[in-house]
Ligand binder design. Structure first.
Ligand code: MN
Length: 191
């Protein structure tokens, strides 16, 4: 099977000024595309060729894991945003956030702090376990909570390539601005 990079459900300028069209061109157009191209090259004529992306992530190591997980993570990341999305969680997810973090404001601060505190490249995640309890975790490089048995709900990319064109070294500003484009209806659909 050949994985195809999904088309974004918004235009390249749609997330400005939070994420510029130029960052979309590089981050989605070059970085994400390269992970998917590498994934296709690495699985060709191997036992992994007919596995789902999640199965490849669970059963691979090294370069294949890195490219498969980065492909999954970037698709998940870019499909979290919407220019006119719902800006606050509702329903059961909101109740779980209030229960496990005290408030939505506390959650947002803890999430950004975890992203800022991650040394080097990686991802900050909101995930749930089988009982619905929520966790914020840091993942180095291509890490993904699926490997730990958690269900990912939201991620922010903290690799410098995600924000350097727009924010240079200001990772905290870059992450905080992302709250203006997260579509909580999408996050809730994953809960
Ligand atoms: Mn990235």
């Amino acid at each position: 099977m050949n994985y195809e990079q999904p088309q974004l459900p918004y235009s390249r300028q749609a997330l400005e000024p939070v994420i510029s069209a130029e960052t979309i061109d590089y981050h989605y157009g070059k970085h994400e595309k390269a992970y998917i191209d590498n994934l296709n090259r690495l699985i060709k004529d191997t036992e992994f060729e007919d596995m789902s992306l999640e199965e490849i992530i669970a059963h691979s190591k090294g370069a294949l894991f890195n490219n498969a997980s980065q492909a999954w993570n970037h698709i998940f990341y870019f499909f979290t945003f919407a220019p006119d999305g719902s800006r606050e969680p509702q329903g059961d997810l909101r109740k779980a956030i209030d229960r496990d973090f005290g408030s939505f404001e506390n959650f947002k601060k803890a999430f950004v702090d975890a992203g800022v505190g991650l040394f080097g490249s990686g991802w900050v995640w909101l995930s749930r376990d089988e009982e619905g309890k929520l966790f914020i975790t840091q993942g180095q490089n291509a890490d993904n909570p699926i490997v730990s048995g958690l269900t990912p709900l939201l991620t922010f990319d903290v690799w410098e390539h995600a924000y350097y064109l727009d924010y240079q070294n200001r990772r905290a500003d870059a992450l905080t601005k992302l709250w203006d484009i997260v579509d909580w209806d999408i996050v809730e659909s994953r809960y």
